[in-house]
Design a protein around this ligand. Sequence first.
Ligand code: AKG
Length: 311
Amino acid sequence: MLDPRKPPAGFRPDDPLRALGIRPPGAGPDPALLARIDRLEAQLAKLEWLLDCRARVERQGLVIPRLHAPDPEVFFRDYWVTLRPVVLTGLVDHWPARSTWSLAHFRKLGNPEVELQWARESDPDFEPNSPAHRRRMPWQEFLDLLEADPTTNDFYMTANNGSVNRQALAPLWDEIGPLPGFLERNRMGDGFLWVGPRGTITPWHHDLTQNFLLQIEGFKRVTLASPAETLRMRNHRHCYSRWGQDARPATGAGAPATFEVTIGPGEILFIPVGWWHHVEGLTRTIGMSFTNFVWPNDFARSYRSNRDLWP
Ligand SMILES: O=C(O)CCC(=O)C(=O)O
């Protein structure tokens, strides 16, 4: 019979601590834990080495070409599966939006309530904090702001406002597409609208999908850095970088190699998944982005790093 007042045979005073995985005082670090940390370090060093080999080769001469009206198969073979950025021209000239979209055309949509990003200049972390910067306003008021032609990063209609604006501005989606062989025709409604004044900045980040960034009006300068540069991108949290709003963040050994392209009306930049990018509006801009490719693009589902990463 077990006597509850006496310990069972073989009982050691530190047994409850062991059961909780706690080492008794004075026992020193757990050798199993040390071995695990050592293995993790070696695994991380292996991944770092593989990335660095890629970065070193890319620095020898990667270029971001411009390609006119390629066949989807050529784009797939040379860019989609090789994860190389490219500027595509001549693919969307047949879209009604290319000839109709302008502030004057937008005025004809009435005065629905739209959503934009607002008061960005007072917050250096406006992009990670984007939910707090949402603001609703009448469409015509937003167009007034754009027509005044300021140079500012304080307001911008972005993908973060997508769900509200897709409904509010639904007729615009009748004026885009199709892009057969590249984008799924029945999912063009998933596209995101980007409309802003000269001076908008989208700070350094990478997407969790492959992405087409399309310009309808105006010009954007996009600075890109390969995923192989991630260890130089100061990736402190989720998909963001401490290089933030600075397109040319550093020089010297710690600096990532960057590539600069400017896209204008009718041009599409293919931004492969994981490629870092920083985007600046050089003029007033109207654009869209798309992720509804005919090829599988659901990389976000397996992403596990939406949190703090490096200090
Ligand atoms: O056009 C912009 O300002 C940013 C676009 C972008 O970063 C994206 O589509 O991921």
